[in-house]
Each structure stands twice: as C-alpha cells, then as structure tokens.
Design a protein around this ligand. Sequence first.
Ligand code: IPE
Ligand code: IPE
Ligand code: MG
Ligand code: MG
Ligand code: MG
Length: 269
Amino acid sequence: MVQAGGKRFRPQLLLAVVKAYQPLLLEGAKQVAYGVELLHTYSLIHDDLPAMDNADLRRGHPTLHTTYNEATAILVGDGLNTHAFYLIATAPFSSEIRVELIKTLGENGGLEGMVLGQAIDVEFEGKKLDLKQLKFLHTHKTGKLIAASLKMGAIIVNRFQLGEELYRFGLELGLLFQIQDDLLDLEESKTTGKTTGLDWNKNTFVTLLGVAGAYREAEGLADRLEEWLSRLDKPVQKELKKVIGKYLRRHRREGRDKKVNKREQREEG
Ligand code: IPE
Ligand code: IPE
Ligand code: MG
Ligand code: MG
Ligand code: MG
C-alpha cells in the first residue's frame, strides 16, 4: 500500500520546510518524512476497512482487506503506525529534536488528532453535524496531520516559532484539502484511484452545503491561504509554493464550474 504511491503530500510538506532552511539535513529528514507517510498510509488502510468506510479500491489498487483479509489489513495498519515512531526515534537528529518530532506526530496523529476525527466521522454517520462541528471533524481527521508535517519540518531545522505559524497554516490547508476530497468523492473511481460515492451518509462539505457551497468554501480558503503564503518568510514561501501550488485550486476541475452552476440551480429550486 505504501509502494502503491499516492500524492506524498505530507512528506513533501515536511521536506519543503527543511529544504528552505537546511538542505544538508534533507537526507536525515527523509526518514522522518517516511514515518509520517507510513502513519498516513496506516490511517487509509484502516479507513477503508468494512467497519469504517468499506472501500475496495485505494491508490489504484484493491484494498488490503479485499486482496487478503481484514486481519491482515488491521495488522499492517498497526505495524505501519508503530514503525512510523520507530523510524523517527532512530533518525539522525539530537534526542531533543527526536522527542519533539515524536510528540508532535503522536499528538496530531492519535487520540487528540486524526483518530479523534475519524471517531467522530464514524460515530456521526447518518447524524447531521452543524458547520462548526464539521470543521472540527475535518480539522482533526485531516488537518492535524498536515499541520504536524509542516511543524515537524520546522522542528528539524530548529525553528520552533515558525513551526507554530506553519501549524496554524497547515490546519487551514488541511481543511481545504479535505473539502476538495469531499468534492472528489463525486468523481469516478478511475479518476481518483479510490472507491468513491461513499460519502452520501456522512458529514462532508458537500452533504452539508451542496456542491456549490463546498466549492465556494474551498475558493475562499484557497484565497486566504494564497495570501497567507505570500506573507511567510521568503525561503519557506518559495519551497512551499512548489508543493502547495498545484493543490490550492485542486477543486477547480475541468467542467466543475458548469456542473456547480447546474447543481446550484437545482439545489435552489
Ligand atoms: C486521503 O489522503 C485521505 C484524506 C485525509 C483526505 P490523500 O489524498 O493524501 O491520499 P494519498 O496519500 O494521496 O493516497
Ligand atoms: C479519511 O477521510 C481521512 C483519514 C484520516 C484517513 P476520507 O474517508 O474522506 O478519505 P478517503 O476519501 O477515503 O481517502
Ligand atoms: Mg473515512
Ligand atoms: Mg474513506
Ligand atoms: Mg474522502
């Protein structure tokens, strides 16, 4: 599942921050970035399980529980989760830096972060949340790991204050990323490489605000992030632009505007 690919968005964010300030640390940082990607991949494997989203396609391949069985998928997920922390604990950085990295990933990937978001997502299937609660859900299930990736890059280069700002930036970037993902659930599986059409009973920006509403929310966030990006310290701005640039308007897909207008008319009607 790791080798199957994926966008590698989170490790790229982490490495972009390192590259901006201390390119010589990139080799060591790759081990940490790999750890983040392993934890993320575990979250996808478990997310696809029958007890959660029950998806049979991921990253263009059948999910592990379809190819093998559920026990295998659960155990591979468990293994990737723990191995992530092993990799970071053995990365070539000082013990203080390593503890900060482990703390950040543990806090944001676990009970206070991604796992909490996933728990709310599953618990409130079929029960409607309000917009504020939905933002809380998305910020936890997706935003926190994205924010942590940026912050971990800053920890590696010893810039803790920058790490705090990038963390706040990352929470909003993660929210945008998940709204776009909600819109992608309307696309065909062959475009996304994963099972789609699974969100109809879930709390998403599309189910709460409609396609047009989700699209507008994404546009607003993308504008805000673009402006924020232009105010960041120059070196990190330059590197982050390379990674984030193509994702900021990911929701603007060919023909989407027309579809949005049509749906908007229907929804209003
Ligand atoms: C999918 O993450 C799940 C979300 C948190 C939105 P990605 O869209 O980053 O999936 P991959 O890693 O590219 O497969
Ligand atoms: C999952 O959100 C977020 C995770 C923490 C894995 P989704 O359930 O929307 O992700 P996809 O659409 O299956 O990739
Ligand atoms: Mg899910
Ligand atoms: Mg899912
Ligand atoms: Mg989704």
